[in-house]
Design a protein around this ligand. Structure first.
Ligand code: HAM
Length: 401
């Protein structure tokens, strides 16, 4: 038997209901904030992710589904959505037009990670990207919107917040950090030695206990922010305080992707296992110009749909529409015609088989129909139809026309 690949899942009933429920309400919320739907390809040039997500990240270094296509092009399945949206933004010259552009998207992402609870090789994200605003108000807006989505679904979460600075503060900080890392070199793991060479702040992401202990006294970027990053970060925190949004400052929150600057945030939930990040995002003001566009400030986030689905309940929907069935073979033709007509205005489930009344009532109940309508020999002779209202528990016979 051929089975789905490791780390890849089908979404079948009843999970499909959660998926649709999530998409419906999340799309509605982000549209209120002015975001429009965008779709980009699943397959992109590998160079796009190397340049944006960054060669030093685990995603590019270890986890990409990368291959040569039949034309010899180096391509890969997208590991995340931001890079493709930025590529499309630059390719369609929206950076030249200027103004504000806000997009949302959802779909599968691919990372060749070790599968475990909440971590898949194909998973789905719902993401948003906002272009053209440098103001800390947009950072607050994006965080408020993420919070509104998680609150709608009744998720328990903690908001973690950090500032990753900008090249002005990062360049001297990087040197200070490297000096510190040299002083504890022998206690750090091999991965952290590599991180020190490629992107030293990644060491704060290390899960190795020895490294975590050694890094406790390390200099932190939030104490070395330049004036402008410091002002931006405290202005954002003022808004969050004013809006009574609780958050934890987390200097270890460096995010696994290279394109961020200034604001970085993650919503984590104690109701998940080890993979507790439900949503993550931040500002990436340099990425558009890095991908050859005109410098454009930007910020966004993505929610992991599978992780969110773990924690949501779909409210029981009320009964809707009709179920039609025949009690004798001769009635099937008439039932088909009546059902087809009724479907012009209502949701209709139709059985093509002759069954007993009890069996039809059971099937109607299972399909969550409001009405169960059947035709048997008597109804056929009198040109009537028998209907039971499954909510009111009433029944009656009506003329067929
Ligand atoms: P990310 O933190 O890599 O950010 O992913 C966002 C979310 O996707 C995570 O918080 C998590 O819920 C989910 N996720 C990530 N990897 C997996 C996995 N292997 N299995 C299941 N769920 C997973 C980004 O991807 C950025 N593009 C977000 C962003 C948008 N930043 C700015 N704009």
């Amino acid at each position: 038997m051929i089975t789905a690949l490791r780390g890849m899942k089908d979404i079948l009933p009843p999970q499909n209901q959660k998926f649709e429920y999530f998409l419906k309400h999340t799309s509605k919320i982000v549209k209120k904030y002015g975001f429009e739907f965008i779709e980009t390809p699943l397959l992109e040039e590998t160079a796009l992710f190397k340049r944006s997500v960054g060669e030093s990240s685990d995603i590019v270094g270890k986890e990409m589904y990368q291959f040569l296509d039949k034309g010899g092009n180096d391509v890969c399945l997208r590991p995340e959505g931001t890079a493709g949206v930025v590529r499309a933004f630059v390719e369609k010259k929206l950076d030249r037009i200027g103004g504000i552009n806000r997009f949302f998207y959802y779909g599968p992402m691919f990372r060749y990670e070790r599968p475990q609870k909440g971590r898949f090789r194909q998973f789905h994200q719902f993401g948003v990207e906002s272009f053209g605003i440098q103001s800390h108000f947009e950072d607050a807006n994006i965080i408020l919107m993420t919070k509104e989505i998680l609150d709608f679904f009744g998720i328990n979460y903690t908001l973690k917040l950090n500032s990753l600075g900008c090249p002005t503060c990062m360049t001297p900080y990087r040197k200070t950090l490297i000096d510190f890392l040299d002083s504890v070199h022998n206690t750090l793991c091999e991965d952290c030695h590599r991180r020190k060479e490629t992107n030293p702040i990644r060491v704060f992401d290390c899960k190795n206990e020895h490294c975590q202990t050694a890094l406790k006294p390390a200099p932190r970027l939030n104490q070395h922010l330049c004036q402008s990053c410091d002002t931006h970060f405290s202005a954002l925190r003022d808004i969050l305080d004013d809006q009574k949004i609780a958050y934890e400052l987390d200097p270890n929150l460096v995010r696994g992707l290279d394109y961020y600057n200034q604001t970085a945030f993650e919503f984590i939930s104690g109701d998940l296992g080890a993979q507790n990040a439900v949503a993550g995002g931040g500002r990436y003001d340099k990425l558009v110009s890095f991908l050859n566009g005109k410098e454009t400030p930007a910020i966004g986030f993505a929610i992991g749909i599978e992780r969110l689905m773990e924690m949501i309940e779909v409210p029981q929907t009320s009964r809707e529409g009709y179920y039609f069935g025949a009690l004798c073979p001769q009635a099937i033709d008439t039932v088909f015609k009546v059902a087809t007509k009724q479907r012009q205005s209502d949701k209709v489930t139709l059985s093509y088989e002759k069954k007993s009344l009890k069996a039809h009532l059971k099937a109607a109940d299972r399909s969550n129909a409001r009405y169960c309508a059947v035709i048997g020999e008597d109804e056929l002779a009198n040109q009537t139809i028998w209907i039971k209202d499954l909510e009111e528990k009433t029944e009656y016979t009506a003329p067929l026309d």
